[in-house]
Design a protein around this ligand. Structure first.
Ligand SMILES: [Zn+2]
Length: 502
């Protein structure tokens, strides 16, 4: 239902409305936006919801009881927020994975060196295979793991390869961290290494969880992430000519396929209920911390955006689906399952908005390589200039839940956010509720609610679904083929297993 006073005005001035519809439409957009922002900034259960999700449920890995409790949390929170309907959709992840009591101790000897022995703070890399306890295994330093450094290292068979890193400071550093791992793993497997020891990119003994497997499959070689201070100490011992040996045990618990689920709530559209816009964020997280910045705060944001739109009394022309995805951390598996299951109706999708970068200030959105939607999108985000949201980039990105929709040709908008405190706490023990700036998060609720409502309320969809040829063209124009190759999904795209078929 649109605002009554605007309807009233239109009834009495219908001829004028038709004659000058662009002007009136943008006036309505501005009025609606102001109302939605006003309701977004009002007190709500945002903080309580996030505290329940993080402190009381905790880290949320698919297949664990905590993830199931989080799914129940999502259903209840959406109902309490006033959703027209809420349901879950199950999908399967190829393997379950849980870390056991990973243990690593190293010793070094040498002439003029008393025996050095110390415990190494480390965790297993996620979805990496287990390693039964091994003793006195040589550690070999392979620098940053480039092909030249592997060649220089020589025989690595049966050894633990130590891989150095730089301290994580920027988004580019993070993408580089992900891109470095797959070729290192390939080289380690090729050279028959026993395991890979990645030195953490965070200082102060911060440990965090990464996965280097692309689609929830168990990786090819055991891997540990070692605390930066311990890893560098091992590197210095080796550099000073002292052989280093490790005792290592990685008793990961691995089993067969597991079921998990996405949570979907809906506000039904008033004129075109079969057409829809998606506002989404992933609900799952790693479990060393409690997944507050990544991505509990944005799951709570999606719930509060629904609450905002319902409370405003406005009803969009198209439906809005508010989705909490599972399996994101294992390779965007929940959003992929949703995009594949809903492929027959994706021609009706009017846009997908995703938040997945903690509470850093939003500067704009990356639009998945769509020049055709820029002009309208700029108009729709104009009311968000007050929050600093001004930029639209035609970037195609990997790394969050818009990805499969983008490759299906649907217009996507990923919030571009400042780094803030995201990177230092990324996937780490320190990603907890206390890191969340709620004043900032409230602004993001306003942005997400305004933009998703505006997209859903356009007279016509912001843009058509791109054909495969158009998507290929966007990939080429934005130099994104390399991004697909680095994310390990190029073959799947090329072979038609991923994205729009034609
Ligand atoms: Zn995330």
């Amino acid at each position: 239902m649109r605002k009554p006073e605007l309807l009233w005005l239109c009834i009495f001035t219908s001829a004028l409305c038709l004659a000058a519809s662009p002007v009136v439409e943008s006036d309505i957009e501005a009025t609606d936006a102001a109302r939605i922002i006003q309701f977004a900034l009002q007190p709500s259960s945002l903080q309580t919801n996030l505290r329940n999700l993080t402190d009381e449920i905790g880290g949320r890995v698919p297949g664990t009881p905590a993830m199931q409790r989080a799914i129940d949390w999502g259903v209840q929170a959406f109902k309490a927020a006033g959703a027209d309907s809420v349901h879950t959709e199950e999908f399967v992840i190829p393997n379950s994975w849980a870390e056991g009591a990973t243990e690593m101790t190293v010793s070094a000897t040498g002439t003029q060196l008393p025996k050095v022995e110390f415990h190494v703070r480390c965790v297993s890399v996620a979805w990496a295979p287990a390693l039964a306890s091994v003793k006195h295994v040589p550690v070999i330093d392979v620098g940053k793991g480039s092909p030249a450094e592997f060649a220089k290292a020589g025989d690595i068979s049966g050894k633990i390869v130590l891989i150095h890193s730089t301290v994580l400071k920027t988004w580019d550093d993070l993408f580089a961290e992900y891109a470095i791992a797959p070729p290192v793993i390939t080289a380690a497997v090729h050279g028959k290494a026993k395991a890979v020891a990645f030195i953490a990119t965070r200082e102060h003994d911060i440990l965090y969880r990464h996965t280097n497997s692309a689609e929830g499959e168990i990786d090819r070689i055991p891997q540990v992430l070692v605390a930066r201070e311990d890893g560098e100490r091992i590197g210095r011992l080796l550099a000073s000519g002292h052989p280093v040996w490790a005792d290592l045990s990685i008793p990961n618990q691995i089993a067969g396929p597991i079921k998990t689920a996405n949570v979907i709530a809906e506000i039904k559209g008033s004129e075109k209920p079969d057409e829809f816009v998606i506002l989404g964020a992933h609900l799952d997280s790693w479990e060393l911390g409690t997944g507050a910045l990544d991505n509990g705060c944005n799951a709570a944001l999606v719930v509060d955006a629904l609450r905002t739109i319902k409370a405003s009394g406005l009803r969009p022309r198209r439906s809005i689906r508010f989705i909490l995805f599972s399996g994101e951390e294992e390779g965007l598996l929940g959003s992929r399952a949703y995009a594949v299951a809903h492929r027959p109706e994706l021609d009706n999708a009017g846009g997908v908005i995703i938040y997945d970068s903690g509470i850093g200030k939003t500067t704009g959105f990356a639009d998945g390589g769509r020049k055709d939607v820029l002009e309208t999108a700029h108009r729709l985000i104009a009311p968000l200039h007050q929050f600093g949201v001004t930029e639209l980039k035609t970037d195609m990105e990997w790394g969050t839940d818009h990805f499969d929709f983008m490759l299906e040709g649907v217009p996507t908008f990923v919030a571009d956010q400042d780094e803030s405190n995201y990177l230092e706490n990324y996937h780490a023990v320190s990603d907890t509720y206390d890191k969340v700036d709620f004043a900032q998060l409230k602004k993001h609720v306003a942005e997400a609610a305004e933009f998703s409502f505006a997209l859903a309320n356009l007279p016509e969809k912001i843009g058509p679904r791109f054909t495969r040829a158009q998507i290929e063209n966007s990939l080429h124009e934005t130099d994104s083929e390399e991004m697909l190759k680095a994310s390990g999904l190029w073959d799947a795209w090329q072979g038609g297993r991923l994205g729009r078929q034609k």
